[in-house]
Every structure is written in C-alpha cells, then in structure tokens.
Write a protein that binds this ligand. Sequence first.
Ligand code: PHB
Length: 390
Amino acid sequence: MRSSHLAVAIVAVLSGLGLGRASAQDTVKIGVVIPMTGTSAAVGREIEAGTKLYMAQHGDTVAGKKIQLIIRDDASVPDNAKRLAQELIVNDHVSFLGAGLTPSAMSMAPLSAQGKVATVVMVSGTSVVTERSPYYVRTSFTLGQQSGIIADWAIKNGSKKAVAILSDWAPGAEAGKVFAQHFAQAGGQVLETLKVPLANPDFAPFLQRAADLHPDTLFVFVPAGQAGPFARQFAERGLDKSGIKLVGPGDIVDDDDLPGTGDTLLGVVTAGIYSAAHPSALNKQYVDAYQKMTGHRANFISVGGYDGMHLIYAALEKTGGKTDADAVVAAMKGMAWESPRGPISIDPRTRDIVQNVYIRKVQTVNGAPWAVEFETFPNVKDPLKEASPK
Ligand code: PHB
C-alpha cells in the first residue's frame, strides 16, 4: 500500500514538473498554412504529403523535442492566411510557420517579422517573398531560376521568335521578365506576351492568338494544377503538331498532371528543379515511398514540403532544440543537404534556395510520359537577387 502511494505521489510531482510526459516546452509546433480546398487544393495536398512523408521516415522527435505538425487551410485566400498565421502564433504558440502560395506568403510576412517566427517558404516561387521577413527561408524555387536557363537553351537550339503565355500573377511576371531578358540578350525576339487569368483559365483564345503570330517558340508558365488543362487545350488547337517549340519552367510538365497528358507533351523541353525521373538513389526511394503513401507520382511541389521539414529538423539539431527565431534562422543559413531533387543549400546572404536546374525532355518510359533530365546547371541562385544585391 505504502509503496504504491509513494509511486502515485512521485508520478504526480514529476508530471507537475512536466517530466512525466511531453510538456508544452518539450513540444515544437509547426503550423503550415496552405490551400487544402479551392482551385489550388492540389498544391496543399502535395505539401501535406511531403511534410508527412518526411516525418514518417524520420520520426517525430528531434533534439529531445516532440514535433507536432499543424496544417491549416487558407483556400489560397491571403486574408485567411494572415488570420490563420496569427492564430497559430498567438493561440497555438507555434515555433515555426510554413508558408504556401505567393499571395498568402506575402500576407503572412509581417507576422513572421514582428512575431519573430522562423518561416519556411514551401511553395512560393516569387523572388521578393524572402525579402518580406528576415525570418523567411525558402525550400521551393524561383521562376527566375528556371526561366533564364530555358531562354538560353532555346536560343542555342535555333529559337528566334517567341511568344510568351503567362499566368497573370507575380510568379508569371517574373518568369516572363527573366525569359525575355535572356532571350533578347542572346539575339531573340519576344513577339508578344499574353497574360492568362490565374483563376479558372481558358487558354484557347491565348493559344489562338499565339498561333496567329507564327512564332518558332512558345514560352509558357502555368502554376501547379494547370498543366493538365493547358496540355488539353494545346492539343485541341493542334499546337502539339504545329512545329512550334513549347518550352517553359518545370511547372508545365508537373509530375502531378504529366501521366494524364498522353502524347501531347512528348518532346517538350523545360528547365526545372525537380523531376520524379531524377536518377538518384534517394529520389527513387522518395518516389516509391510517395507513390505508396498517396497513390500518385511525387511532384516539384512535394519536395518543397519534404525539404522544408528537413530544414526545420536539421536546424533544431544544430540549436540543440532551441526555437528562438534568430538562432534557428542563423542555423539554417548556409545549410546544405541532399534532396530528392539533388544537392541543395540555403544561401546565407539571401535565405533563398540554391539548387540544380535541369534541362529535361518529355519522353515515354515504361508506357508513361516522364520529364527526363539530360543537362544540369549546378547550384543556381535566384537571378533576380543576384542582379540587385541587398
Ligand atoms: C507561387 O505561389 O509562387 C507558385 C505556385 C505554384 C507554382 C509556381 C509558383 O507552380
């Protein structure tokens, strides 16, 4: 009797001290704000899968801390993102935020900056986003990173006259800007730039206009989730058989949509940061595990979530579990590791991702279309930050 009373008393004291089970101090919360519903729900789904796969493979304890992932749906409405980030900071006491699409990442930035919350940008591809908070660190990509490289490739391979079709929002504007700069500098001419509404896009009139201008090359940026509809309308207008060369950043051959595009995109060349066909042992493991977990192919969005979790885990290990934003971001700066996409690092000056950009051609492999890499540009920085150093 006496010893069991003693045991109960000891448990009571220990749990009172927070030693009996994981206490608030032992738990590190990560609040990720992404679209799980609405037109960009596919983006949220891939980020969620990437983050959860990382945790399934690496456990939920780092440097003695229990990791708790909280996913919040902003339906890609920036005001929602701001409110949700505020609630995550004030009510849930998150130590880290994860940011998604550009407009939401922009609206969350003041909260990250003023609240001093280390935030991993897992989706946005717009250069300026990382400059909006000193605690923003990116694991996704920038459109500029890919668009200059594909312009140079096109010119080298005979392109002279291009038309650009761009999704009408910040990442589209940057893709078009960097493409046009490189294309013109190398002696090419951009005949016209056509801007397609972001929501519920109908590509047909823009594709017709582009065809009427008789370019030799079509440069296209549409965001994740729109490659499938774009490919369908491209084929419906017969443009896949017109002899016009279709090029772009990796988004137009998104591995999420590519398997459903049949022969339409065969031969299309893009400059991208990730292909599920990337031939490394780590990527083969990643693609297999991802397929098992989700039932579909891993895409370039998913690695932003997977690598985002790695960055948080590695930073916590380096700080010994300390979550102070200044210490964490200092730990993240300069960090380098192998991602399923290849070697990546965090530029210590800009907190932006440095990564390989691959030239890939869509080919049929084992009966399905894949973006097969054939040339590598190593360690590419965001060119817009290199052009105007801050
Ligand atoms: C962005 O939010 O900037 C973004 C999202 C999806 C893309 C590209 C850019 O495919």
